[in-house]
Unconditional design. Structure first.
Length: 301
């Protein structure tokens, strides 16, 4: 039995408890940055690595690209061997679901594949974010026993969603929300809805940007305080520290700046311009960014 997850902690617990034989971490942050359709494999790695390098203080695009390529090669090896069951552990929030939908869409394109199963439980008060990464001991074994075989309906839905996710405009995803049956992957609908909330609102803000501004306006200063407050506004917590830093940086780089962010000290504050945007008295002129396959360009002055 082989296990796949988007983080190392769960995989280390599985290995420690003797659950499974091999473990693969697929942690690409697919809920952020460009994921355009029809990009050939090498170009995809270049594009994603260049974006992911911007999320860290010392990100090396070449090193990140190599890691992404190694992960793809390891997964291909498992799929080509077509023997042991592959268990997919993915939580209900946007971070996990974005990785899951691309993975299943990739698997759907293969004629032959090993047995697949999915563990993606609902959230509760103890698991407000990823619903699998914090489980341990008997919880892991119970979750494993409740795994669901992945069949044609799961793969077909994922392929449809990923095609719309990577489309150059959000209309495809909106049509899918109105027409598709999400029963096979019950958490995917909420993930798609949450992704679309990263498009600019009436004030020009992504929802995550609005949450960061609100956290600062309510007195949060340190990165930890901002991250906890912003995630506390989410029904399904998904923002990592690097994603929050990215929002702080781009709000600080706005003209005029909406926040002050001292990366060395790790503290921030909202500006008067930021309060005006947050309160609807001004509009934020967003910098170019991506939401799935949609390139969000700055509006004219």
């Amino acid at each position: 039995m082989r296990h796949v997850h988007g983080g190392s902690i769960l995989l280390e617990r599985l290995e420690r408890d003797g659950i499974g034989d091999e473990y693969l971490e697929i942690s690409e942050v697919l809920c952020d940055g460009p994921t355009p359709a029809d990009v050939e494999a090498a170009g995809w790695l270049d594009l994603r690595a260049a974006h992911l390098a911007t999320l860290g203080d010392d990100g090396d695009a070449a090193e990140i690209r190599g890691a992404l390529a190694d992960t793809d090669a390891a997964l291909d090896r498992w799929l080509d061997e077509d023997r042991e069951e592959i268990v997919l552990w993915f939580g209900w929030e946007l971070f996990c679901q974005s990785i899951l939908v691309r993975l299943l869409a990739r698997l759907a394109a293969r004629t032959h594949r090993p047995p697949l199963s999915l563990i993606s439980p609902d959230g509760d008060a103890e698991h407000p974010g990823c619903t699998v990464s914090t489980r341990a001991g008997d919880e892991l074994r119970r979750a494993l026993a409740a795994r669901v075989p992945v069949g044609p309906a799961h793969l077909a839905l994922a392929a449809r969603v990923w095609k719309a996710w990577t489309a150059p405009a959000p209309d495809s995803l909106r049509r899918l929300l109105a027409s598709a049956d999400f029963t096979p992957l019950p958490h995917l609908r909420a993930a798609v809805e949450r992704l679309l909330e990263e498009l600019p609102d009436d004030a020009g803000l992504a929802r995550s940007e609005r949450e960061v501004l609100a956290a600062l306006a309510n007195g949060a200063e340190s990165l930890g305080e901002v991250m906890n407050a912003a995630n506390g506004m989410e029904e399904r917590q998904w923002m990592t520290d690097l994603l929050v830093i990215d929002r702080l940086r781009r709000l600080a780089a706005a003209d005029p700046p909406l926040v002050r962010w001292d990366a060395d000290e790790g503290v921030g504050a909202i500006t008067d311009a930021g309060r005006a945007v947050l309160e609807g008295r001004a509009r934020h002129r967003t910098a170019e960014r991506w939401v799935g396959g949609t390139r969000v360009s700055p509006p004219p002055p």
